[in-house]
Design a protein around this ligand. Structure first.
Ligand code: NYM
Ligand code: MG
Length: 221
């Protein structure tokens, strides 16, 4: 009989644009790999698939889509990758995900479309793999704006980021306790990465106690 393999952890990193998610994710991947773990780093939107190409064109302002349509494409882009995430986790690979369902729900709900509430926006995420932990890199919209040139893509403007920041908090308050871990991303790169490594190490040690990979459930706003 083959030895039972320990599953990988599903770790999501969230935050506003310019919070430093991607550089921290790459650093975390290298750190875990150097400590002997099997690890993969993926990001949403995944702009390489055919759905991802539609999203990319929308974000660059090269195509127009209704708020509900683009919302469902973002969700669909997660569903098309969900199978491979589950397989990797089952095969003992820890998967680091740069943006996930939380971004999906809050960016769409932040547009202020009356028929696109946070609750509506969350619905298509129900049933997707639920992260073992979500690290929220917390930064003020003002600080984020200072870090680089905003405005290259849709949603990268002050009022939108401010609303997104508020809705992240609303959504996090509705998540199961223990899922969301806030990290002060206004500190130096080294300080932030140390915090992230410590929290991830705790989570990876807990994976066996958590049991099998879970799924997202509904929220009530
Ligand atoms: N975004 C990202 C959404 O609006 N919905 C989603 O489901 C996801 C995953 O796409 N401004 C937005 C947030 C970002 C933009 O992401 C592109 P990135 O990580 O900046 O490339
Ligand atoms: Mg961005």
């Amino acid at each position: 009989m083959s030895e039972l393999k320990r599953r990988g952890a599903l770790i999501v990193v969230e935050g506003l644009d310019r919070a430093g998610k991607s550089s921290q994710c790459e650093h975390l991947r290298d750190f875990l790999q150097e400590s002997g773990h099997s690890v993969k780093y993926i990001r949403f939107p995944d702009r390489t698939t055919s759905i991802g190409k539609l999203i990319d064109s929308y974000l660059r302002g090269q195509s127009q889509l209704g708020d509900h349509s683009i919302h469902l494409l973002f969700s669909s882009n997660r569903w098309e990758i969900a199978r491979s995430i589950k397989d990797d986790i089952a095969n003992g690979i820890t998967v680091i995900v740069d943006r996930y369902s939380y971004s999906g729900a809050v960016y769409s709900a932040a547009k202020g479309n009356q028929s696109l509430s946070l609750e509506w926006a969350w619905q298509p995420e129900i049933g997707l793999p639920r992260p073992d932990m979500c690290l929220f890199l917390r930064i003020s919209p003002e600080e984020a704006a200072k870090r680089g040139d905003f405005g290259a893509e849709r949603y990268e403007n002050g009022p939108m980021q401010k609303r997104v920041r508020e809705l992240f908090q609303t959504l996090f308050d509705l998540q199961p306790s223990g899922d969301i871990h806030q990290v002060d991303a206004g500190r130096s790169f080294q300080e932030v990465s140390k915090k992230i490594h410590d929290k991830v190490a705790d989570c990876m040690a807990r994976v066996e106690a958590i049991g099998p990979l879970r799924e997202f459930g509904p929220i009530t706003v």
